[in-house]
Design a protein around this ligand. Structure first.
Ligand code: AMP
Length: 115
């Protein structure tokens, strides 16, 4: 497993995080710089540097992340009003941490197009 990113350190409990969900395959915790009243990151425990690095073998894991994001959104009371899931990929996508993560944003109306 890569030791490189801050998210690996969160998985290993080397730095603190406000964890809202965990299972054998993923971890979800609150973003340290929230961009909405609810801003949670859902990450795989397996290190995948980004969705752009995913292979067909990662299909079940990617599906798991989205289903858990939906479950967590419902648990956070966001299902009725709606919410947004975002995956930033690479420099132009605004990705700053090289460990695949799904942003769950909710609690306010979202704008489109995103900046
Ligand atoms: P991205 O720009 O898509 O790579 O998103 C990375 C996200 O990780 C940003 O929204 C950061 O605020 C968030 N982040 C960085 N460090 C931490 C941390 N220690 N705990 C929680 N969220 C973090």
């Amino acid at each position: 497993m890569s030791e490189k990113t801050i998210f690996s350190k969160i998985i290993r409990r080397e730095i603190p995080a406000d964890i809202v969900y965990e299972d054998d395959n993923c971890l979800a915790f609150r973003d340290i710089q929230p961009q909405a009243p609810t801003h949670i990151l859902i990450i795989p425990k397996e290190v995948v540097a980004g969705v752009q690095h995913a292979t067909p073998d990662h299909g079940p894991l990617l599906g798991h992340l989205l289903l858990k994001a939906s479950q967590i959104a419902a648990e956070q009371g966001l299902a009725a009003a709606g919410y947004r899931l975002v995956i930033n990929a690479g420099d132009d996508g605004g990705q700053t941490v090289a460990h695949l993560h799904v942003h769950l944003l909710g609690g306010r109306p979202m704008q489109w197009p995103p900046g």
